[in-house]
Ligand binder design. Structure first.
Ligand SMILES: [Zn+2]
Ligand SMILES: [Zn+2]
Length: 280
């Protein structure tokens, strides 16, 4: 058996929707057999409870407090706790891994980055960008926004409040792009454990740091998904038309805007993006 990690977790300290404090998760993930967790609170343009008018260093301190709370408890009990974040654009969410608080402090301009700039700057520093639940369709989202050139992996399985069909579509998206697929619980409440088995990833080599996880993704290492069987079974979902319009950004970050389409139509366009992406 390999090493199991939670990749998508929110704390009350730094996510409006977070219910539990960082430290509250530690015992429960240990009991569930996990080696570690990655704390990914909602970033500056997302669901942050922190006053955006305060100085950047103070905002970053507040942002890291949920992670630090979990890490301190993890050090006491023997659970690895890693840092990441989840930034939002037009309802589309990106998990960023491999960078730290010092890096955030040096990049106050990041709150104005486009998806393209985010990908460029994060990769330049050795980090990676993972599109979280790309095909989620929900009342708070106006369209499915896809940026295939600006992501390094796809969160295929997400245990958040959405239907399994979106996960099947997300896994298919990863396959089309030839990118690694990952899984995470998008957990907001520690009390969801142990009743509901968390989603996550399993890797063969223990991660020494979050930089190891980013490197694993960027180098296309082996990552097993931990999720219920059949969760991402694409055949089961068939070819249903998508409820929301789809917007696909090109390599220059341009878009014709959201269009109504079936999943197969989207897949066709994404296959074109994949060819372009491989060409560099
Ligand atoms: Zn949330
Ligand atoms: Zn999330």
């Amino acid at each position: 058996m390999g090493f199991i990690y939670e990749t998508h977790l929110h704390t009350r300290q730094a996510s409006v929707c977070g219910v539990s404090r960082g430290a509250d998760y530690v015992r429960r993930y240990l009991d569930a057999g996990f080696t570690g967790i990655m704390v990914t609170d909602h970033f500056f343009n997302s669901n942050t409870p922190l006053d955006r008018r305060q100085p950047w260093s103070e905002w970053v301190n507040g942002f890291c407090s949920g992670y630090e709370d979990a890490r301190n408890e993890g050090e006491k009990r023997g659970l690895d706790v890693f840092f990441g974040w989840e930034e939002t654009f037009d309802g589309d969410d990106y998990l960023v891994y491999g960078l730290d608080k010092a890096w955030l402090l040096e990049h106050p301009e990041m709150i104005r980055w486009t998806r393209k700039e985010q990908a460029r700057e994060v990769r330049r520093s050795g980090g990676c960008v993972v599109h979280a639940h790309p095909f989620r369709q929900h009342s708070y989202i106006d369209a499915i926004h896809l940026a295939p050139h600006f992501v390094d992996a796809i969160e295929a399985a997400n245990k958040g409040n959405h239907d399994a069909i979106y996960d099947a579509q997300a896994l298919e998206y990863a396959r089309i792009l030839g990118l690694p697929a990952v899984a995470g619980s998008d957990i907001h409440n520690a009390k969801d454990l142990p009743g509901q088995a968390p989603f996550g990833i399993e890797v063969e080599t223990k991660l020494a740091s979050i930089a190891d996880y980013a490197a694993l993704i960027l180098n296309r290492g082996t990552i097993k998904l931990r999720m219920p069987p059949g969760r991402c079974d694409f055949r089961r979902t068939g070819d249903k038309p998508l409820l929301l319009p789809v917007e696909i950004r090109d390599r220059n970050d341009r878009t014709p805007g959201p269009r109504r389409m079936t999943f197969n139509e989207a897949a066709e366009q994404l296959a074109f993006s994949a060819v372009e992406k491989k060409a560099g």
